[in-house]
Design a protein around this ligand. Structure first.
Ligand code: UDP
Length: 320
């Protein structure tokens, strides 16, 4: 199989590239390095079947050529990270909507299988946990920029499913739940790499809000396993799948766990949301996936537990 990974120099994309190469596939990466890094794929350069291009998915002639040479497209290129979204809403909306639009348009010309990376953020502040794929999205008002991310990803989902329904373009939509692991950067606000960096530097660990909000963190290797299984399952086409781990942890407990595992003397500092993000910022209290659908179709089961993930992230950050 020949795979094109947009955003392949990003955190998840680089792990997917490595796994596909290990499985004997050819991988081509397209990334503009906006949030990705060449360091993430440096170890893949020179491997048989690997190639990369530093450019944007909006370079349509290049994109069309790369799609032509592939059997499957994993469209992971996107603006991600709550901090980035709140600070640069125009960039977020334009990148996420337009990027997916051009990928689907060109994939459709040759009817190439496309994976669209969506997010658990699309469930918004729904309290109906665990979240099932068929559940309602509950988003806040449009003057709260955080919701622009969920909304941009929902448009991506609608468009992909419209291509499937109307033009029979094979698409698979995956909703990722707080993916974590080595190579993720805290630069755009993600909590685990931020906490680990703070703990290792002996700086205060910054818990936003009262810390009772919880998340279900999924190891990047488990996400990649799910993608590989779905790519090999024709019945996944036209479907929307949660990819997550049902284990739940409060952000305060996460801070304590990171501090303990890093052997850190850091204090834990509580910061109100309006200082951390923007006035009126809305967070969701819980976000837990229901993974019945993907489990039934491809036998997906997340394997790596939170303490093991934290250990790997600490080791990786110490080494780098
Ligand atoms: N968070 C935090 N401190 C940080 C970064 C994030 O307490 O330095 C909180 C954030 O407010 C949210 C949770 O950790 O409640 C997860 O944040 P992240 O941005 O990683 O992902 P989200 O689930 O919000 O998309």
């Amino acid at each position: 199989m020949k795979a094109l990974i947009t955003g392949g120099a990003g955190f998840i994309g680089s792990h997917l590239a490595e796994r596909l190469l290990d499985d004997g596939h050819e991988v081509s990466v397209l990334d503009n390095l906006s949030t990705g890094s060449i360091d993430n794929i440096a170890h893949l350069k020179g491997r048989a079947g690997f190639s990369y291009t530093i450019d944007s998915v909006t370079n349509e002639s290049l994109l069309a050529e790369l799609i032509d040479g592939s059997d499957v497209v994993f469209h992971l290129a996107a603006a991600v990270g709550v901090k980035l979204i709140v600070e640069q809403p125009v960039h977020t909306i334009e990148t996420n909507v337009h990027g997916t639009e051009v990928v689907l348009k060109h994939a459709n010309k040759k009817k190439k299988l496309v994976f669209i990376a969506s997010t658990s953020e699309v469930y918004g502040k729904s309290a109906d946990v665990p979240f099932r794929e068929a559940a309602d999205s509950v988003l806040g008002p449009t003057d709260k920029h955080r919701w622009a991310y969920a909304c941009s990803k929902l448009i991506d989902e609608f468009l992909a499913l419209a291509y499937w329904k109307e033009k029979k373009l094979p698409v698979v939509i995956v909703r990722l739940f707080n993916t974590v692991g080595p190579r993720q950067t805290g630069q755009y606000g993600m909590v685990l790499p931020t906490f680990v960096r703070q703990a290792l530097a002996g700086q205060p660990i910054t818990v936003f809000g009262d810390g009772t909000q919880s998340r279900s963190f999924t190891y990047v290797g488990d996400v990649v396993e799910a993608l590989v299984r779905l790519a090999g399952e024709p019945r996944a086409v036209g479907g929307v799948f949660n990819i997550g781990n049902m284990g739940e942890v409060s952000i305060t407990d996460l801070a304590v766990l990171v501090k303990t595992m890093a052997g850190s003397c850091s204090s834990i500092q509580y910061i109100p949301y309006d200082q951390a993000y923007e006035a009126g910022f809305e967070d969701m209290p819980r976000r837990v996936p229901d993974i019945t659908k993907i489990r039934k179709l491809v036998g997906y089961e997340p394997k790596v537990k939170l303490d093991e993930i934290i250990r790997k992230v600490i080791d990786h950050m110490r080494a780098n």
